[in-house]
Design a protein around this ligand. Structure first.
Ligand SMILES: C[S@@+](CC[C@H](N)C(=O)[O-])C[C@H]1O[C@@H](n2cnc3c(N)ncnc32)[C@H](O)[C@@H]1O
Length: 352
């Protein structure tokens, strides 16, 4: 299982782009929430797969819960929302977000309970035929394991390392099929799977900026902050699938299991790019602010990964590495300002 992205409030602070990408899912969470009342015979079980520390999904699931409670007779039904993430997730931070955020679904209604489960979404995470709605915000592009490419954060189709590229591609296909098979077991007939995930189409600016993280990581090794072995074994286990890769099992093995209600690819531009363009004044200062804004996103995700990978080291040592990587990233990103877009797919399925 890959390390988690969360480390204290870091992910929540840097996850505005993910929240923007999830906006298209809200309409479907409303529909899925309303449908849940008809689908579930008793307790209404909802999954949040790849929850991280919850800033986005606490708010997004509130939409589903509100729609659900509007349905006649639902007031007497208990609801359980189970958040699923890796063992590396910062579960304390999730708990804090759920209980203190005014936007949290916990403020929407009573008879609503939160459960946490440290388990991979490639495994079965709930008993068969118990889930009325499964949601996932920007998580299904993670794969269960991978072989290092020359650029660990980047999925370069033109990488020289064809063997590793093909191994990862194969892993991604197997994982997606397995993930869907698990949801096919858990979902009640008529239940929805609503997901957003990073996608291949339009991911160029992500790959470009992520390349600066690679450089920082290598610099940390050359300065002796981490060992060569630590450097070479680190990788972010993700794969940005193409439309064909996303749809393959849904048009093949699982054609009769799920109905595809929507598949759409789109991209959100990081708000810091608009600010950079609108801001007047000194160009080097504008670039610096842009690069620091982008770092918020990239290190919201990377800090937890670095900490997970270096878990045997002290917090001080880990902070030093992250600090160096972040400085490198900002320096490089400021030298070459580009529009950063997060490309995502919205996938909505109904269990037949
Ligand atoms: C980019 S975050 C998305 C968080 C949140 N849902 C949002 O929309 O902002 C992806 C999350 O997926 C989790 N993740 C990755 N692989 C996983 C797996 N196999 N099982 C469960 N969670 C996983 C990561 O730990 C991370 O917290």
């Amino acid at each position: 299982m890959p390390g988690g992205v969360s480390r204290g409030e870091g992910y929540d602070k840097g996850s505005t782009n993910q929240g923007s990408a999830n906006q298209g899912a809200l309409e479907w969470l409303r529909k899925g929430g309303a449908a849940a009342v008809e689908v579930a015979p008793g307790v209404i079980n909802i999954l949040d797969l790849g929850s991280a520390t919850g800033k986005n999904s606490a708010m997004e699931l509130k939409v589903a819960v509100e729609a659900l409670r509007k349905a006649e007779g639902s007031a007497k039904q208990d609801i359980i929302i189970t958040h699923v993430d890796t063992t590396y997730n910062d579960w304390n931070q999730l708990s804090k977000t759920l209980t203190t955020s005014p936007d949290s679904y916990l403020t929407a209604t009573d008879r609503l309970y939160s459960h946490f489960q440290a388990k991979s979404f490639f495994e079965q995470v709930a008993p068969a035929r118990t889930i009325a709605l499964a949601y996932s915000g920007i998580s299904f592009h993670w794969i269960s394991k991978n072989r290092p490419l020359s650029d660990f954060w980047c999925q370069e189709p033109h990488t020289a390392d064809r063997k590793a590229y093909e191994a990862n591609k194969h892993q991604a296909a197997q994982d997606w099929l397995q993930l869907l098979q698990m949801r096919a077991i858990e979902l009640l007939p008529g239940g929805y799977l609503v997901a957003t995930a990073a996608t291949l189409k339009g991911c160029e600016s992500f790959n470009y900026l992520a390349g600066f993280i690679n450089k920082g990581w290598n610099t940390a090794a050359s300065q002796g902050l981490i060992t060569q072995e630590e450097c070479q074994t680190f990788m972010a286990s993700h794969w940005f699938r193409s439309r064909e890769e996303w749809l393959a099992p849904l048009q093949g093995e699982l054609k009769d299991t799920f109905e595809v209600l929507q598949f759409q690819e789109d991209a959100v531009t990081d708000a810091n790019w608009h600010k950079y363009q609108q801001r007047d004044g000194d160009e080097s200062q504008r670039r610096q602010m842009l690069a620091e804004g982008y770092a918020e996103f990239f290190f919201g995700v990377s800090s937890g990964l670095v900490a997970g990978h270096l878990e045997k080291r002290s917090t001080e040592e880990i902070d030093k590495v992250i600090d160096l990587m972040r400085k490198e990233f900002v320096k490089q990103a400021a030298a070459d300002p580009i529009e950063f877009k997060l490309a995502y797919a919205l996938i909505v399925l109904k269990r037949k």
